[in-house]
Design a protein around this ligand. Structure first.
Ligand SMILES: Cc1cc2nc3c(=O)[nH]c(=O)nc-3n(C[C@H](O)[C@H](O)[C@H](O)COP(=O)(O)O)c2cc1C
Length: 203
């Protein structure tokens, strides 16, 4: 089973990275979130033929309730599931709250367990702080349990905690930081292609 748009559009060796869509999810709802600003900066660093779309509806997703799970779920849940399914890869950048994954992010992921949108989905974790090691470990465990394909080589950690959005944007615009982010994106794109090619050969 190939994922998302690649399932239908990507042909190894013929279309290359054309039409690749990466969904970026920030675990923070804060208006001035460093994690969200980081993902927004990455949106502008992709090569032609690749798009990073920032998921913006985490707050709309209702509390997960197995009694309400199934096909007839809230519209926001349907939309979240669809966006995951259609993505060729997923980027997540999340803060740590009380040594854990933010509830809104965990809640959204719980809705995807039964629909399997992250099953075999290439996924990269980007960190806006090196401090949140409990959340990093927990998120990795959750995503592995959901059978996402975490690409450790595409991970990047940048110290942004406490910085304001303007400061973050200025910092991320420096050649050194841009190179780190572009490097992570390139590795992730390459991993998506490799994983899809491998998967296609198994089908
Ligand atoms: C309620 C709350 C709990 C937090 N708990 C932790 C924690 O356990 N460990 C940690 O490293 N940071 C903790 N932080 C700090 C946030 O992870 C940090 O400020 C992060 O950069 C916020 O991300 P954002 O800028 O994307 O909103 C906490 C912040 C809040 C508001």
């Amino acid at each position: 089973m190939m994922s998302g748009a690649l399932r239908d559009e990507y042909r190894p060796g013929s279309k290359g990275i054309e039409q690749m869509n990466i969904l970026a999810i920030s675990g923070s709802l804060r208006a001035a979130s460093s994690n969200t600003v980081l993902l927004r900066a990455m949106v502008n660093l992709v090569p032609d033929g690749v798009q990073i779309s920032l998921y913006e509806r985490l707050a709309d997703i209702p509390p997960f309730n197995p009694d309400l799970d199934g096909d007839d779920v809230a519209e926001a849940v349907k939309d979240f599931r669809l966006q995951l399914q259609e993505a060729d890869g997923v980027l997540i950048s999340s803060p740590e709250y009380a040594h854990g994954v933010p509830g809104v992010l965990k809640n959204a992921l719980d809705w995807d367990v039964s629909s399997g949108g992250l099953y075999r989905k290439p996924l990269a974790l980007i960190y806006a702080s090196p401090r949140g090691t409990y959340a990093q470990a927990a998120l990795t465990e959750i995503l592995n349990t959901m059978s996402a394909r975490i690409v450790p080589e595409a991970s990047a950690t940048i110290e942004l905690m406490g910085k304001k959005p303007d400061e973050i944007n200025a910092y991320l615009s420096t050649p050194e930081m841009t190179a780190i982010l572009v490097g992570a994106i390139e590795i992730f794109i390459s991993a998506i292609q490799t994983l899809c090619t491998t998967q296609a050969s198994l089908n």
